[in-house]
Design a protein around this ligand. Structure first.
Ligand code: BEZ
Length: 211
């Protein structure tokens, strides 16, 4: 069964490189990303896991816990983590799930047998504090993901959660945001004291409030 935006992220308990973890308990009241890798000791994945380790401070700042999954055993992950640390000049300090029986991969529909046999594709899930899926992404095995884009989406989602704001095409942090249509004009001055522009009655923008 496909998991979709708005669904509760399926809960599970898994062996990871940092011990047994129950997903929902481990998330607590914060945000999480769960991202999958086709296989241990593969080149693209090695660079991706290293990149995420380097960005860990950015995820921490946003209150986002990071969880990776690869369909091999935790014992294999441990040797691979040493290689990632060595080749990517970093320290992987977030858990990597071992999923040799594909239980979690199947729960999250990460196996696309017509794409790559029996391995997970490169899925990304962003999960909110309400445990609901806020983003799902699927990349092919041959394309390493852009984790700056994942951070950008998290920034946008957190503006939506806190301020009822949306973000326009190609938005990057610091640029004007879009006021949700659910916010009435008369509510704007109290909610967005930095002011706003009404380009059209349905397209109202305001400076990013949390800068
Ligand atoms: C990789 O991570 O390099 C990779 C994994 C599976 C298929 C192709 C590439």
């Amino acid at each position: 069964m496909a998991v979709r935006i708005g669904d509760v992220a399926p809960d599970f308990t898994a062996d990871t490189s940092q011990g047994k973890i129950n997903f929902h308990e481990w998330m607590g009241d914060g945000w999480a990303i769960l991202f999958s890798h086709p296989k241990d000791y593969t080149p693209v994945c090695t660079t991706e896991l290293g990149r995420v380790a380097k960005l860990k401070g950015e995820f921490d700042k946003r209150g986002v816990k990071v969880f990776a999954l690869s369909v091999d055993k935790v014992a294999d992950h441990k040797g691979w983590i040493n290689d990632i640390n060595e080749t990517q000049h970093t320290t992987v300090d977030y858990p990597i799930i071992g999923d040799p029986d594909r239980k979690i991969a199947n729960l999250y529909d990460m196996i696309h047998p017509n794409a790559i046999d029996n391995m997970t594709v490169r899925s990304v899930f962003i999960i909110g504090p309400d445990k609901k899926l806020k983003l799902t992404l699927t990349y092919p095995a041959s394309t390493g993901r852009n984790f700056n884009e994942i951070l950008r989406v998290i920034d946008s989602l957190q503006l939506t959660a806190k301020y009822s704001l949306a973000t326009p095409a190609d938005w990057t942090p610091g640029q004007d945001c879009i006021i949700a249509t659910s916010v009435k004009d008369e509510e704007i001055p109290a909610k967005f004291p930095k002011g706003y522009k009404a380009v059209k009655p349905y397209l109202r923008t305001t400076p990013q409030p949390n800068l």
